[in-house]
Design a protein around this ligand. Structure first.
Ligand code: AVJ
Length: 320
């Protein structure tokens, strides 16, 4: 059985993109939020990133899930698996398999902003897990957490290191709101990429095949299509730097020449100086002590901490 709850109005994405584009492109320095990377082409480019030799996080997290999903099932006894930003279907299946084999799983709740992506994912899972109730939620994980269905105990999975897209103050709000919607005894399963040598980190975000560069520039194509903008996409260079103080990777797009960009649908003219950089993403990296401090502050109790064989990525379990 598949149910879908829709908490976003159909024009939500377009309205939010307009507001973000106006706020970010009139700011100094200019910025765009990473969630706008993921139109169909952007999602496909991200899939290609996950298979690049330099991009280790997906493989490292999959290794941990491969080894630990049975243990996760045993520790949590979860009846419901909630997955925030449910793009990562292959890794979801490792978890679903563990929970199903343990015998407690009844319901899978994928949450995603894209109704199309959600319906596709829900249908595929439903076909392969007979008897599982799939209750999808179309929503924004920073806004619709209070709407999570499913019978207790639930485990909320937030995988892939996507938490790294949030700055510390946003993470504090996010963890507190997850803690608030969970009943005592329920669980959060969190994937975090770990601080490591800068060369490895930068290579993961500036691959030799140029896929990440295309993924980064794709956000300009999204603005061209959705807002009628006239960005000359090829006039922007991909930049990935390690910010050692904040311990995050920053991605930018650097204007190779001075230019004026028109964005008619929001009545905006945006001037770029030669060499000016537009910030498109931060991807924060973590230490165990930092994750423990943040989750502890939100009121979670540590359940488990697992890393891959090369200590590159951590999957951790927290109890509300
Ligand atoms: C999907 C946010 C986890 O930060 O590593 C990959 C996105 N950006 N390469 C990450 C991304 C550039 C990715 N997350």
């Amino acid at each position: 059985m598949t149910l879908i709850d829709i908490h976003l109005t159909p024009d939500y994405a377009v309205r939010a993109l307009r507001e973000d584009a106006r706020a970010g492109l009139t700011a100094e320095p200019k910025w765009l939020a990473p969630k706008w990377f993921y139109d169909a082409r952007g999602s496909e480019l991200f899939e290609r990133i996950t298979r690049l030799p330099e991009y280790y996080p997906t493989r490292a997290e999959r290794e941990i899930l491969d080894n630990r999903s049975a243990e996760i099932a045993k520790l949590t006894g979860a009846h419901t698996l909630v997955e925030l930003g449910s793009g990562s279907s292959e890794k979801t299946r490792l978890l679903l398999d563990g929970l199903r084999d343990h015998g407690t799983l009844t319901t899978f709740v994928p949450l995603d902003v894209s109704e199309t992506a959600l319906r596709e994912a829900a249908a595929a899972i439903e076909a392969d897990y007979p008897g599982l109730v799939v209750h999808g939620v179309v929503g924004d994980f920073t806004a619709h957490l209070d709407k999570l269905p499913g019978d207790a105990p639930r485990v909320v999975a937030f995988l892939g290191g996507t938490i790294g897209n949030l700055i510390p103050s946003e993470r504090e709000t996010f963890f507190a709101s997850i803690r608030e919607v969970l009943e005592p005894g329920e669980w959060l399963l969190l994937g975090t990429d770990l601080v490591k040598d800068p060369a490895t980190l930068v290579a993961a975000y500036d691959d030799s095949a140029g896929v990440t560069a295309e993924f980064n520039r794709n956000v300009l194509r999204v603005l061209n299509r959705q807002l009628g903008a006239d960005f000359d996409v090829d006039a922007f260079s991909h930049v990935a730097i390690w910010d050692a103080e904040n311990e995050w990777i920053e991605m930018h797009l650097r204007a190779d020449r001075a230019m004026r960009v028109l964005i008619p649908e929001i009545g905006l003219e945006v001037d770029f100086a030669e060499g000016e950089e537009l910030s498109t993403e931060i991807s924060a990296k973590f230490h165990r002590y930092g994750v423990e401090a943040e989750l502890g502050k939100a009121g979670f109790t540590p359940g488990a901490w697992w890393t891959d064989s090369e200590d590159r990525f951590a999957l951790s379990l927290w109890q509300a």
